[in-house]
Unconditional design. Structure first.
Length: 199
């Protein structure tokens, strides 16, 4: 039986898997059923579970090596699928969605490149977490603002109130990653040299 961080079946991992399984349902509601209100509600729920599984992992000692890999993948998919689908639907301003998606693509590619180069793992900053939180609120609200809900006008205002600080924080976090990436590369190189000397 696997224990500690080698565990596979943990509550956060189950939540992450459920989140991944519900992404096709979101797409079906939006494009198959043309039900923007229901799709917005589901996307908002998926965004909440993104923070819920992290909170459970930290507060109930449920962290795992699988979760460290699976959760970021699920987060990126949620962003790309959710924001991309809403962009295709036309419920969000094009420039806003494109900036968010380009930022996510650059960060994803940079993360993979750093890992391939042997850099140490870079932890997500507070600014990155806060930016993601606000953006995960903004996109469902943009979708709701173009739906049949009675508070559509209010949803649009709330979307901008969450979206602008979310975008600003996420871009600032991306800028902070540049010096952090350099340090991670240097530390990774130093670790490899130390291991080589020890061997």
């Amino acid at each position: 039986m696997r224990t500690g961080e080698d565990r596979i079946v943990t509550v956060p991992n189950v939540i992450t898997l459920v989140r991944l399984c519900l992404l096709p349902v979101f797409l079906w509601l939006l494009f198959g059923r043309d039900n923007r209100a229901a799709a917005a509600g589901l996307l908002a729920f998926l965004g909440i579970t993104d923070f819920l599984d992290g909170w459970i992992a930290r507060h109930y000692d449920q962290t795992s090596n699988l979760g460290k890999i699976l959760d970021p993948i699920a987060d990126r998919l949620l962003f790309f699928v959710g924001a991309g689908a809403i962009l295709i639907d036309g419920s969000v301003p094009t420039w806003f969605a494109v900036v968010v998606l380009v930022r996510e693509a650059v960060v994803s590619i940079a993360t993979l490149a750093l890992a391939a180069a042997g850099a140490r793992r870079i932890d997500v900053t507070w600014y990155g977490k806060a930016g993601t939180f606000f953006l995960m609120i903004a996109f469902p609200l943009f979708l709701a603002s173009e739906s049949t809900v009675g508070w559509a006008d209010t949803a649009e205002v709330l979307a901008w109130l969450a979206g602008i600080p979310g975008l600003a924080l996420s871009l600032y976090a991306a800028a902070l990653y540049v010096p952090m990436a350099r340090q991670a590369l240097a530390e990774g190189k130093a670790d490899r040299l130390a291991q080589g000397a020890a061997g």
